[in-house]
Design a protein around this ligand. Sequence first.
Ligand code: SAH
Length: 365
Amino acid sequence: MPNTKHVLGLATSELVTLCEELGYPAYRGKQLANWLYRKGAREIDSMSNLPRDLREKLKGVAALTRSRVLRESRSEDGTTKFLLELADGETIESVLLPYGDRVSVCVSTQVGCPAGCVFCATAECGFVRNLTAGEIVDQVLTLRQSIPEPEEKNAKQEPQDPKTHKRVTHVVFMGMGEPLLNLQNVLKAVRILNEEVGISMRRMTISTVGITPAIRKLAELDLQLTLAISLHAPDDNLRRKLIPLSSKYPLEGLIAACRDYANRTKRRITFEYLLLAGVNDSPAQAATLARLIKGMLCHVNLIPYNRVIGKSFSRPSDFTIREFRSTLERFGIEVTQRLERGHAISAACGQLKRGTPASGTIDEN
Ligand code: SAH
């Protein structure tokens, strides 16, 4: 069905237009949005307050496709990783991180990834295709279903309607794929998640290897999104070895675009830095990194490497990590360290799809 319209991924205004085109009043479109985004309906036929003939007409012009959970692995700390099957049989990963009042979902934006990062499990799948806005939103709706029920004592005080406490508060675009190479669909998903699902833009983080023109475009849009740049190296030579795609976007232009983004949006940029023993973890490299980003509204998030089977990288010692961190701090750079989540469930990017046994890290910012 290549030309079928997909209702998931349409905003209320577009759903209203769709219903009006079929000869129904605007409020039917609002009911449709309610079914899709608040109730998480999986089939048009389940939308019981829509007239049967409207449901039939809708099915004639549009489809509601949802992913199917193929595997679900839960870690002791509650982090749950999902392997989802899309309508065309491709698979992607998403992670649910429910910690207290904060419930984050880490979503994929592409099937596979073209960035080719040498340390990453997803890179091994190659690039297959972009996800649609609907497929990105679906991940949040699908994982929302699995948010654990609140504790007994809280449950008594809270309203009993399960939909009211099953709420995703944060979305990180840090799963499989490079979000800024699928900018149009990612932005569409951001708007739906914001306007229809009710997640604040300030609680959405887009993580990128640094596609400079797309960062400039994002800055122009002046949204309140958090931008995370996977830097991983303080100079172009090393960076292009670790992230082959970065050879197209040298650091000088990338950092200038980041400065503009921070100035324009007043949002603090996160520079993600994956510490790899003997590769990018020396005090001299920390100093180069500090000089590169000095004066910018930003912080560095140090990421411990998760072993990927078949790759020779390893994590530096605690001493080396502490030294790297204090060098950055001496230059006045703010540093955070990523908490590790999802031990024993292969929660790092691409690892569930590959089926390798490894632990995972998820950003806590
Ligand atoms: N393509 C985007 C988003 C997906 S990857 C990006 O690169 O930012 C999300 C983050 O996980 C990136 O910072 C990536 O470098 C990091 N990552 C990939 N493999 C990892 C591993 N084995 N251990 C720790 N972090 C990893």
